[in-house]
Structures are given as structure tokens and as C-alpha cells.
Design a protein around this ligand. Structure first.
Ligand code: A5P
Length: 226
């Protein structure tokens, strides 16, 4: 897929997700370029008369939604969300995912876990037989050196995500370590538990047992629901 085909596939998935939203839902807004298409399509439905409230998984999505006059609630005030729509960096047939490429994995996981359904929107290149790519880990900043060292001792050579010459800082004031997935066949829940048990790791970008419908967008504009 070239860039414009990927945009088309992401747009198709985002627009299809907006069609799932029912009146008076509390909707979780994910983060990322695919979710942007969803938020814009949701805005159009609101302009056509749909009444919803929304809560965002990141400052970035919150700002985008507010700029489009989408009614927002602060995440602190929310206990139960009807439906959250979010992207993924990679997803496998068990609907296990790597998320957090946009640096928002902690809030994304909290909202996903608080939702009656998490709908995942991806372009077709992200549907893979096996998860691949780095796993983002949200880590405590003041202890990042010792946390990276502990990860290394456990066999995970992680790199700190940088923003130019400074560590990237999440909306929660944490840093992100990028952990290679490695080639060993590994159960995702066990890998998540192993990483999360390391002191200083706040949350991992491995998501499992949380995705409901997955909307896979294709370059020709069609969408498959999996
Ligand atoms: C944000 O932290 C991520 O989990 C995104 O949902 C994920 O990276 C997908 O982003 P794109 O839709 O931009 O590919």
C-alpha cells in the first residue's frame, strides 16, 4: 500500500466506525491518524443531529474533538464508556494488539477496559498473523535508567523513545521505552505479565481480551468487520 492508499483504507475504517455510534452514547475517542478520520466523521454525524458525549484517550484527541465542537467529558469523571473506537499499531487474528505508537497507551488501555465495547479501526496492512514491531512501555521517568537496566537483565534491550534530544513525555508525565518483540514465539498475556512485573514499568502496549469488533479498511475503500 502506498501512502494515499493507506489514507484511503484508514478513512474507510474511521467512517465505518462513526456509523456504529448510537444516540446518547458516551463514546471513547482513541488516538492516532486512523482515529482522526473517525473523530471527523463523528463530528459530521453530530452536525446532522446525533447527540453524544465523548471522552478522549489523549490531550491530542481531546484538542481535536474540542476544535470540532464535539461535547467532551474529562476522563477523571468517567467510570463506564459505551463504546471506544481506537486504532492499533498491529493486530493478530486473536485480536491481540500492539498499541501506543502515539504515546497514549495508558489512557487507551484504561478507556478500553472501561468500555462495554472497544471497536478497533485499522488499515489492512496492520492485520498480521503474528504481532511485530516494538512494544511501547510507559515507564516512570525518575527511575528510567534503573528500569531500562532491569529490562535488559530480563532480556529486553529497550530504547528510550526520544523527542529530538529529550525523552518523549506522555500525557501522564511518563517516559516510553521501546521494547523489541523478539523472534521467539511467545504468549502475549505471559509477555505482558513479565514486562509489567518489572519495577518501574507502569503499563505495556500489549492489549488482549479487550477488542470487540475490528474494522479493517482496504485501499479500495471497502471495510471488513472481523
Ligand atoms: C496511540 O497511542 C496508538 O495506540 C494508536 O492507536 C496507534 O498507534 C495507531 O495509530 P495510527 O492510526 O496513527 O496508525
Amino acid at each position: 500500500m502506498d501512502d494515499s492508499q493507506r489514507e484511503q483504507a484508514k478513512r474507510a475504517a474511521g467512517v465505518a466506525a462513526a456509523a456504529l455510534i448510537q444516540p446518547d452514547m458516551l463514546v471513547g475517542l482513541g488516538t492516532g491518524s486512523t482515529t482522526r478520520f473517525f473523530i471527523e466523521a463523528l463530528c459530521q454525524r453530530i452536525e446532522e443531529g446525533l447527540s453524544v458525549d465523548c471522552v478522549a484517550t489523549s490531550h491530542h484527541s481531546e484538542e481535536l474533538a474540542r476544535s470540532l465542537s464535539i461535547p467532551m467529558r474529562p476522563i477523571e469523571s468517567v467510570t463506564q464508556v459505551d463504546l471506544t473506537v481506537d486504532g492499533a499499531d498491529c493486530i493478530d487474528p486473536k485480536k491481540q494488539m500492539i498499541k501506543g505508537g502515539g504515546g497514549a497507551l495508558l489512557r487507551e488501555k484504561i478507556l478500553a477496559a472501561s468500555s462495554r465495547e472497544m471497536v478497533v479501526i485499522v488499515d489492512s496492512d496492520k492485520w498480521q498473523e503474528r504481532l511485530e514491531g516494538d512494544i511501547p512501555l510507559e515507564i516512570v521517568p525518575f527511575a528510567h535508567k534503573t528500569t531500562l537496566e532491569r529490562l535488559k537483565i530480563a532480556g529486553f534491550e529497550c530504547k528510550l523513545r526520544m523527542n529530538k534530544e529529550f525523552p518523549y513525555v506522555t500525557d501522564n508525565g511518563h517516559y516510553i521505552a521501546l521494547c523489541p518483540m523478539g523472534s521467539a514465539v511467545q504468549e502475549i498475556p505471559a509477555l505482558h505479565l513479565q514486562l509489567k512485573a518489572i519495577i518501574g514499568v507502569v503499563e505495556t502496549g500489549l492489549f488482549f481480551n479487550v477488542a470487540g469488533r475490528v474494522l479493517v479498511g482496504f485501499a479500495d475503500g471497502h471495510v471488513e468487520v472481523r
